[in-house]
Write a protein that binds this ligand. Structure first.
Ligand SMILES: Cc1cc2nc3c(=O)[nH]c(=O)nc-3n(C[C@H](O)[C@H](O)[C@H](O)COP(=O)(O)OP(=O)(O)OC[C@H]3O[C@@H](n4cnc5c(N)ncnc54)[C@H](O)[C@@H]3O)c2cc1C
Length: 347
């Protein structure tokens, strides 16, 4: 079964891997000159991987758990050196009243549904400070097995053995030869007539790469304080990110770096200091009106995988497993409530 994938970002690369695993023949069409194009900061290619949290064991929790545990399995298989995998954990501070109410419910409801104490736990401010490497004033939710990877390197592994057509801007999904076509092209999916009705928009964001300082180098885990900072890699730390749904471009903005640093210093005071910006990276997150990914069938032979938002890494893997199973084997990889919640038919 030949399956065309339009878009060679993380969603497209994950789809190619999963379709091959199910026994299909994926072909990626990518408009740009390379896959997972990250031209603005290639040497600092770095991404966090963690699920999107919900207070209940609901569709969101089931969907993101699928991709998260698949990510852990795949990273083992790929080898940590090859993908710059740092399983440093992620500490989500209970930074405001909403998170203080929500995260304890998350831990209580996700535990026992595939999540062990080692996977997700509440920690008091003292434990959180030990985990972070710097003093934090709040309690936290800690995911010991989360961390950071190089998305470009992971994508290179995912497409091993896959036919890839670069510099190929596709306009008509129905015109491609094959048994099925998947639109995996982020915010651009709505340029296809099959997906023109979907309420998918771009939310611009910029991350900043900082030269480590004597203080910030002590950070041992990814700390989320309402922004986030990663541990040092070769003397550089990754902080982010801005959210600007009103901006329609991805030009780098020096003011965004200032905002990211100010956010770090104000919300994580133990890490405050003078920072040198080494590089910046801006992009568009595709997001649906209801903030849930859009994954499923659009017409007879055309499918969509988009709106992966801020948790694109894990979402890309979950959606790829679901679509690959459906298209190649006509099987559902998730319960009906999750499939329905993801479906483009909900709009
Ligand atoms: C600043 C910032 C920081 C982020 N940090 C993280 C993070 O740390 N962890 C995380 O999990 N997520 C993060 N995200 C979110 C994540 O980057 C996205 O969710 C993810 O990249 C979406 O991947 P995608 O493959 O769906 O889309 P894209 O990455 O947008 O890829 C779509 C591809 O389709 C191609 N394309 C478009 N139209 C066509 C066409 N007509 N024909 C052929 N090809 C086409 C494009 O060239 C592109 O390569 C971040 C996002 C931003 C903006």
């Amino acid at each position: 079964m030949r399956v065309n994938i339009i878009g060679g970002g993380i969603a497209g690369c994950a789809l190619a891997y999963m379709i091959r695993r199910e026994g299909g023949e994926p072909v990626i069409y990518e408009a740009g000159p390379s896959l997972y194009e990250d031209g603005q900061a290639p040497e600092h290619d770095c991404s966090t991987y963690n699920p999107r949290y919900s207070a209940q064991w609901d569709e969101n929790a089931k969907y993101f758990s699928l991709g998260y545990f698949e990510a852990l399995r795949l990273f083992e298989e790929f080898g940590s050196e090859d993908i710059r995998w740092d399983q440093c954990g992620t500490l989500q501070l209970l930074a405001n009243d909403k998170k203080a109410r929500r995260y304890p419910k998350t831990v209580a409801s996700w535990r026992g549904n595939g999540w062990s104490e080692d996977d997700i736990a509440l920690v008091d401010a003292k434990e959180a400070s030990d985990i972070a490497g710097l003093e934090v004033e709040k309690e936290g939710m800690f995911l010991k097995r989360a961390g950071v990877i190089s998305p470009w390197r992971v994508c290179s592994k995912l497409i091993n053995g896959v036919e890839v057509k670069l510099n190929q801007w596709v306009e008509d999904a129905g015109a491609l030869p094959g048994d099925a076509t998947i639109l995996a092209c982020g915010t651009k999916v709505t340029s296809f007539r099959e997906a023109a009705h979907l309420p998918i928009k771009g939310v611009r964001g910029q991350v900043t790469f900082l030269r480590e300082t004597a203080v910030s180098a002590k950070v041992k885990t990814t700390v989320n304080y309402g922004g986030h900072i990663s541990p040092s890699l070769n003397g550089v730390q990754y902080i982010g990110a801005t959210f600007q749904p009103w901006l329609k471009h991805t030009d780098l903005l020096p003011d965004d770096d200032v905002q990211n640093i100010r956010n770090l210093c104000e919300r994580f005071p133990a890490a405050a200091g003078e920072y040198e910006v080494v590089a910046s990276k801006a992009g568009m997150r595709a997001a649906a009106g209801d903030h849930f990914p859009v994954v499923g069938r659009l017409s007879d032979k055309v499918y969509v995988s988009s709106a992966h938002g801020s948790h694109g890494f894990v979402s890309a893997l979950s959606s790829a497993i679901i679509l690959a199973k459906k298209i190649v084997k006509n099987e559902d990889a998730m319960p009906e409530d999750v499939i329905r919640q993801l479906s483009p038919e909900r709009f």
